[in-house]
Ligand binder design. Structure first.
Ligand SMILES: C[S@@+](CC[C@H](N)C(=O)[O-])C[C@H]1O[C@@H](n2cnc3c(N)ncnc32)[C@H](O)[C@@H]1O
Length: 261
């Protein structure tokens, strides 16, 4: 039986790019030494080599720790979302920005009566695809209850109140064409039934993306968009991410909101 392949949030193509950059810099350094070029060139190429090699080593370790086959942290991050979804598993669930379908299939396995839907725009930035999601659902034995389609988190192609539960992980900050992250969250909640359950995780603590997320949480409640909401700050600590991975620009300031509409 085929094994699932959920890819990695540090794509292999980035590692290849960094490895090639390091190799090119090493070649340049050797050339500068062989041809007795000025010391400026030697120092410059050595410096860039150290930087690219450092970046490669860091990203390679990051990739290994995240991977489902090795460190398993991607699975732990998804489990954290699923663990917080206050749902009995009866009805339909939507995973917004499902990537390779890892959270969708996890939900399908956790909630054996649920029909699980995943949407993603599957752009060029990621190695994910509709076919990959379908293969993964088959490999996990949940293909009959997992349904995937192309879609945009900005405008979900579903009528209001379609789903009994909605989940999303690390997607809204990736929606580059929409700086209004609150609007994206509201769009996800639009397709959730009144009384339905949600668990949404992203870099909510990163002020450059979300400004003050406490204000957003308060507004969702005050405007009656949700009836119950809990905000877990710095979930990276509860998930158990090592400190060297939880640095600004990487997996720091993760937040999770969960509750009922
Ligand atoms: C970091 S990946 C997370 C994937 C998945 N949720 C997971 O936890 O493994 C970000 C995902 O967001 C998706 N994405 C970015 N912008 C999107 C949009 N406007 N609509 C739907 N998906 C989007 C990307 O295609 C990618 O799959």
């Amino acid at each position: 039986m085929e094994k699932p392949n959920y890819g990695n949030w540090v794509p292999t193509k980035l590692l290849i790019l960094l490895a090639c950059g390091s190799a090119a810099m090493l070649a340049l350094l050797i050339l500068t030494l062989c041809f007795h070029l000025s010391w400026i060139w030697v120092i410059l190429s050595a410096l860039v080599l150290v930087i690219t090699l450092g970046m490669f080593t860091y990203m390679f370790s990051f990739h290994k720790k995240l991977s489902f086959e090795k460190g398993g942290l991607m699975g732990k991050v998804h489990a954290f979302v699923a663990d917080h979804l206050p749902w009995d598993g009866k009805g339909k669930l939507l995973d917004v920005g499902c990537g390779a379908g890892a959270l969708t299939t996890r939900a399908a396995k956790r909630f054996p009566e649920a029909q699980c839907h995943g949407i993603d725009y599957w752009g060029a930035g990621w190695d994910y695809s509709l076919q990959m999601c379908e293969r993964n659902a088959k490999a996990e034995g949940v293909a009959d209850r997992c349904h995937f389609q192309k879609g945009d988190a900005n405008h979900l192609d579903f009528p209001d109140e379609t789903f009994d539960a909605v989940v999303s992980n690390f997607v809204y900050h990736e929606v580059r064409n929409n700086p209004d992250k609150e609007a994206l969250i509201c769009e996800t909640l639009r397709v959730l039934k009144k009384g339905g359950s949600f668990a949404l995780q992203d870099l909510f603590g990163q002020k450059s993306i979300y400004r003050d997320f406490d204000v957003t949480v308060a507004r969702l409640k005050a405007d009656g968009i949700v009836s119950e909401i809990h905000y877990v700050k710095n979930s990276e600590k509860e998930i158990g991410l090592p400190e060297w991975m939880a640095i600004p620009g990487m997996l720091a300031d993760i937040g999770l909101i969960y509750g009922k509409k």
